[in-house]
Design a protein around this ligand. Structure first.
Ligand code: ADP
Ligand code: MG
Length: 402
């Protein structure tokens, strides 16, 4: 993969940087600035080389419309604070205002354009439409190089990912290069025992990664909403918990394959069940094999792994040399059901080996629960991208940089 150094002399050059500044916003305020901080290293490196840096990103899913609540304007302010320099912002993606602003840039200056997804062509299914948009964007700022640094989008065929890399001399930014290096270590996973912890809401999102990792790991710990499909596959009643019946046969297949391979699939011994899905719902701890024996009967809804399971998972994690974790163990957004996720996060911070957290909600969860990025070996900024990478898929954005 081409690196920044391959772009040659950058002094005075205008460089387009595709970052992933898709941060969560609430009433115009950024609630987690992890992605802004993660984007800083490459921008600083380019500024130090004397480049004029034009940063582009998407935010949310405005679907080709201008949606004021999804403007990158608040991100420009935060980015300026992180970079400790003024970041110019233009409320447009292409056109005269963009060209005027780009023309005024001095070496080392930073300009942020408006949300790419305000323009439908960015995510068009038609490659010719995306190519035209990429050319328009590149021409508007007078770009002479392109840096792909948004790991969260490298698995997408979008104008600012694949087409810009086609029409301009291009390279991976530091964030993308680092993500790839860490994930490659996970695929090679030489340091054993290698434990993968999976949770989150849906099994169907994680089937590919289970399939690909099963023969590479020593243990697979399962929690979150997806665990109920595993418990059901073992013949247990799961009450009103999340269950994907159409995945039952696939999951039974994984259990059988794991047994053949000698891979341990660890399911929780106990579950925190609630009477319904609410932060203040009454809850009880029951055996995972007897969910419907709680006082909520068939209505019992599993919303977290139980304390015994949390302790078992933590012990397993702490005695591993490589750990990849994707997906919260419970509905961590509600404090009553956050203990399992917190115990797993805590165990990762105490693990002596390489620990990697992947997934948007998982990364948000560890920060919301009070951990800091440096407590972990690596927090991936790309949820879907990191899973697809670990599934062994070729990611279009990365392919263009080879
Ligand atoms: P990530 O973004 O890290 O890949 P997911 O998107 O797969 O994670 O899943 C995150 C969501 O899963 C969270 O919003 C969390 O509330 C939910 N979740 C976890 N456990 C359960 C459960 N037992 N029942 C319902 N939802 C759950
Ligand atoms: Mg998610």
């Amino acid at each position: 993969m081409r690196a920044l150094a391959n772009l040659g002399e950058l002094a005075g050059a205008t460089v387009l940087v595709r970052a992933d500044l898709n941060v969560p916003l609430q009433d115009g305020a950024i609630t987690d600035d992890g992605r802004v901080r993660a984007a800083a290293a490459t921008i600083q490196e380019l500024r130090a080389a004397g480049a004029k840096v034009v940063v582009i990103s998407h935010l949310g899913r405005p679907k080709g419309q201008v949606v004021p609540e999804m403007s990158l304007a608040p991100v420009a302010i935060r980015l300026g604070e992180v970079l400790k320099t003024e970041v110019l912002f233009v409320p447009a993606v292409t056109g005269a205002a963009v060209t005027t602003a780009a023309n005024q840039l001095q070496n080392g200056d930073v300009l942020l354009l408006e949300n790419l997804r305000f323009v439908a062509a960015e995510t068009s299914k038609d490659a010719a439409v995306r190519l035209d948009f990429a050319k328009e964007l590149s021409d508007a700022v007078g770009a002479s190089a392109f840096v792909l640094d948004g790991f969260g989008v490298v698995h997408r065929r979008q104008a600012s990912v694949t087409e810009l890399a086609e029409i301009l001399p291009s390279a991976a930014g530091l964030l993308v290069a680092n993500e790839v290096a860490v994930l490659e270590r996970l695929i090679a996973a030489t340091q054993r025992p290698y434990t993968v912890v999976l949770g989150g809401s849906k099994v169907s999102d994680k089937l590919g990664v289970i399939d690909h990792l099963l023969e590479r790991v020593d243990a697979l710990l399962i929690g979150g909403g997806m665990v109920f499909t595993f418990l059901a596959a073992k013949g247990y009643a799961v009450g009103a918990s999340l269950l994907e019946t159409e995945q039952l046969e696939t999951v039974k297949g994984y259990l059988a394959r794991a047994a053949e391979l000698g891979v341990e699939i660890v399911l929780p011994q106990d579950i925190v069940v609630a009477s319904h899905f609410a932060a203040d719902a009454p809850s009880e701890v029951v055996s995972a094999a007897e969910i419907t024996t709680s006082s909520f009967g068939e209505k019992a809804m599993g919303l977290d792994i139980g304390p015994q399971a949390a302790a078992d998972f933590a012990a397993k994690i702490k005695s591993s040399q490589t750990v990849f974790w994707n997906g919260p163990m419970g509905v961590f957004e509600m404090p009553a059901f956050a203990a399992g996720t917190k115990a797993v996060a805590q165990a990762l911070t105490e693990c002596p080996g390489l620990t990697v957290v992947g997934g948007g909600d998982s990364a948000a969860a560890v920060r919301a629960l009070g951990f800091s990025d440096s407590d972990f070996g690596h927090i991936s900024t790309g949820g879907g991208a990191s899973l697809e990478f670990l599934e062994g898929k070729q990611l279009p954005g990365l392919e263009r940089l080879k």
